[in-house]
Design a protein around this ligand. Structure first.
Ligand SMILES: Cc1cc2nc3c(=O)[nH]c(=O)nc-3n(C[C@H](O)[C@H](O)[C@H](O)COP(=O)(O)OP(=O)(O)OC[C@H]3O[C@@H](n4cnc5c(N)ncnc54)[C@H](O)[C@@H]3O)c2cc1C
Ligand SMILES: *[C@@H]1O[C@H](CO)[C@@H](O)[C@H](O)[C@H]1NC(C)=O
Ligand SMILES: *[C@@H]1O[C@H](CO)[C@@H](O)[C@H](O)[C@H]1NC(C)=O
Ligand SMILES: *[C@@H]1O[C@H](CO)[C@@H](O)[C@H](O)[C@H]1NC(C)=O
Ligand SMILES: *[C@@H]1O[C@H](CO)[C@@H](O)[C@H](O)[C@H]1NC(C)=O
Length: 615
């Protein structure tokens, strides 16, 4: 098989080593972004021969992330089609399976390690005024490093896509595809209108949640936020979210869609550690013929008889298109890239923004911080649990408890704020140097003495942009300008979110557990009265953060939409035989975590592609 299996097996004994040395995070896998000087057995004769023999496929899918894995599975169901899936990263290592270690994956070799460009209104207290911009880089893509929250958004999100001219994308059309991917093991699964039980992605509640998860749930309920199935089409409410996991282990799209068919379907080839640098385009007919990729320091061409599908995600799909001459004319010409199609590629960047630094201290009733000896014991315990994982490491804990509310700024009957929480391992350390703490935060989600409360702006108005790197367009990191808060109302909505969160302190759930906000101004915001509007503005501009939901940079829209990059069948305008299928096509960001919406886009388009070719 063309596929390689240089899987980096990280055992839990190694994790415990790291924990012992207090260096859990980043050094366990190769730290070699593009694998150039990797001494690579796959550039040997054997591989090249195979590659030459097999260098024509029906479909080539670039990127084995959330969308790419779905497409590879569904398209290879057609036995007569030969599919190639190309992934820049490695195999998905075992460490990704442990839900409570999700923070340790940021900044590792499973992360493209992008960062934002310095801007006036955001990330000011981060190093160089730049925020990290985590993007998964392995089989599974961002679904291998994400926080495992299963969410769908609101009916309005999809009906709106349809209203602006994207025929076929309304909620009623998509609901069967939400169900199709899902194997729901939780109580919600009984609702067969909303949920599926026969799909590839196992959805469950973790076998364990700590007291704080329930304290948060109770506090919202006391505040008149109803406890609901958060995947309902009207998603104003609170709950402990469903997770994309099985028996306490992560279910990435690689686990769900690729592992079960790998090496079984002979019409699917997978190449890892292979970075696609360019689309091969016949400039005269504007037809995409294939792709060029680099692997082990060598460059290869491979061809697609039917289509190339870019599933590189919200940063790398626009990057690949622009490198290939599809993008804003001015930018491409300034880089001497000859223009194939002049389109608004890289524009329309949106994300769910919030801030770090709004901290709840926990009393000894619910704090879960433990000594390092206890931590190691837990690691050992997790390691020994077979076949099912349970206990504090088999869960993301409070990161699962989430609530959606509607502020006075929401003009529709739909939420505009989502609350999420994250354990703060050590409040004192956080306060003494927030920047250093945030940059090195790779602790387990299991053990902590405080909570970071983050109201997310889920219906943002500001729009960002992604540009190619001027100095090194192919191998350099793209320039990411988030442009947060360039629309002032975004700040006003978030202030309402902070105020609502503050009111949770008055609930019995908080009081009886002795949980309260740390009313001490954080570094660089000392000049503002803690809890005032100005203070929240300061938090937002100094300690800006997201939960990594960028979308929109290859916007889907009808031909009348001058900013549209792809049509409602996700075909790129102005060129033949090219689609983009990933989170970048979303014209507006959904009101909720976006992994499952991305999967659903890929499920839907797979069906559409099959029916197109059957005609
Ligand atoms: C830290 C983090 C936490 C998150 N938490 C959640 C959550 O709890 N719930 C939720 O719903 N969503 C969450 N998300 C968001 C969600 O995971 C992503 O939106 C989703 O996975 C995006 O899917 P995608 O297919 O668009 O891109 P990706 O999954 O990022 O896939 C792109 C793939 O393409 C590969 N690739 C890119 N360029 C090339 C190239 N040139 N050649 C070859 N391969 C290439 C990449 O390596 C990657 O594997 C989170 C994201 C992150 C980063
Ligand atoms: C990520 O980028 C930062 C600078 O932006 C650099 O210091 C760090 O070493 C990089 N990490 C990896 C894993 O490449
Ligand atoms: C583009 O090409 C022109 C003419 O060949 C050259 O002068 C210029 O330096 C090039 N610019 C870049 C960014 O490569
Ligand atoms: C918890 O803290 C309270 C008040 O600070 C103290 O009286 C009590 O002894 C502590 N309990 C434990 C188990 O440490
Ligand atoms: C947990 O954190 C609290 C407050 O920071 C501290 O007083 C306590 O000693 C810690 N407990 C352990 C077991 O480390």
């Amino acid at each position: 098989s063309v596929s390689d299996r240089t899987s980096v097996n990280i055992g839990l004994d190694e994790i415990s080593q790291r924990i012992e040395n207090n260096s859990l995070p980043t050094t366990y896998i190769e730290q070699n972004p593009h694998n150039y000087d990797e001494e690579n057995k796959y550039s040997s004769g054997e591989y090249e021969d195979e590659a030459k023999e097999k260098n024509e496929y029906d479909f080539i899918i670039v990127g084995a992330g959330s969308a790419g894995c779905v497409l590879a599975n569904r398209l290879s169901e057609e036995e007569q089609w030969r599919i190639l899936l190309i992934e820049a990263g490695s195999e998905e290592p075992d460490i990704t399976m442990v839900p409570s270690l999700y923070k340790a994956l940021k900044g590792s070799s499973l992360d493209w390690n992008y960062s934002t460009q310095p801007e006036e209104k955001s990330c000011r207290s981060m190093k160089g005024h730049m925020c990290d911009f985590t993007r998964g880089k392995s089989m599974g893509g961002s679904s291998a490093v994400n926080t495992l929250v299963y969410m769908r958004g609101n009916r309005r999100d999809y009906d709106h896509w349809e209203e602006i001219g994207n025929y076929g994308w309304g909620y009623d059309k998509l609901l069967p595809y939400f169900r199709k991917s899902e194997n729901n093991k939780a109580v919600e699964g009984l609702d067969t209108y909303l949920h599926g039980t026969g799909g590839p992605i196992t959805v469950e509640r973790y076998p364990y949640y700590d007291d704080n998860s329930f304290m948060l749930l109770e506090s919202f309920k006391e505040s008149n936020v109803p406890e609901i199935d958060l995947t309902a089409e009207d998603n104003i409410g609170v709950n402990i979210a469903l997770s994309t996991s099985k028996d306490g282990r992560r279910v990435s799209e690689n686990v769900a869609y690729i592992k079960p068919i790998r090496d079984i379907r002979k019409n699917l080839d997978i190449i890892t550690n292979a970075f696609v640098t360019k689309l091969i385009i016949d400039h005269e007919t504007k037809t995409v013929l294939g792709v060029t990729y680099e692997k082990g320091g060598k460059s290869y061409n491979v061809y697609a008889k039917k289509e190339v599908i870019s599933s590189g995600g919200t940063v790398n799909s626009p990057k690949l298109l622009m490198l290939s001459g599809i993008g804003p004319r001015e930018q491409l010409e300034s880089l001497n890239i000859s223009v194939v199609a002049d389109l608004s590629v890289g524009h329309n960047l949106q994300d769910h923004v919030t801030a770090n630094g709004f901290i709840i201290s926990l009393s000894n009733k619910t704090a879960t911080n433990v000594s390092s000896e206890q931590l190691l014991e837990e690691v050992q315990r997790y390691h020994d649990q077979e076949p099912k994982k349970y206990g504090p490491l088999a869960t993301t804990n409070v990161a699962g408890t989430t609530a959606f509310i509607k502020t006075m700024y929401s003009l529709e009957n739909a939420p505009d704020i989502q609350f999420i929480f994250e354990g703060i391992n050590n409040i004192a350390e956080f306060y003494s140097d927030p920047q250093a703490y945030l940059m090195s935060d790779s602790f387990t989600a299991a053990f902590y003495d405080g909570l970071s409360c983050k109201p997310l702006l889920i219906k943002p108005r500001s729009r960002g942009i992604i540009l190619l790197n001027n100095n090194d367009p192919v191998h350099g990191n793209p320039l990411i300008y988030q442009r947060f808060f360039t629309d002032k109302e975004d700040i006003d909505v978030l202030i309402e979110g902070f105020k609502f969160a503050l009111s949770l302190e008055e609930t019995e759930a908080f009081k009886k557990n002795g949980a309260r906000f740390v009313r001490v101004p954080i570094k660089n915001c000392e000049n503002h009265e803690w809890g005032s509007n100005d203070y929240f503005v300061c938090l937002l501009t100094e300690y800006t953060t997201t939960i990594y939901h960028p979308v929109g940079t290859c916007k889907m829209g009808p031909s009348s939409d001058k900013d549209a990059v792809v049509d409602p069948r996700l075909r790129v305008y102005g060129v033949k035989r090219l689609r983009v299928v990933d989170a970048s096509v979303m014209p507006f960001i959904p009101r909720g975590n976006i992994n499952i919406p991305t999967v659903t886009i890929a499920e839907y388009i797979s069906d559409l592609i099959k029916s197109e070719y059957k005609q």
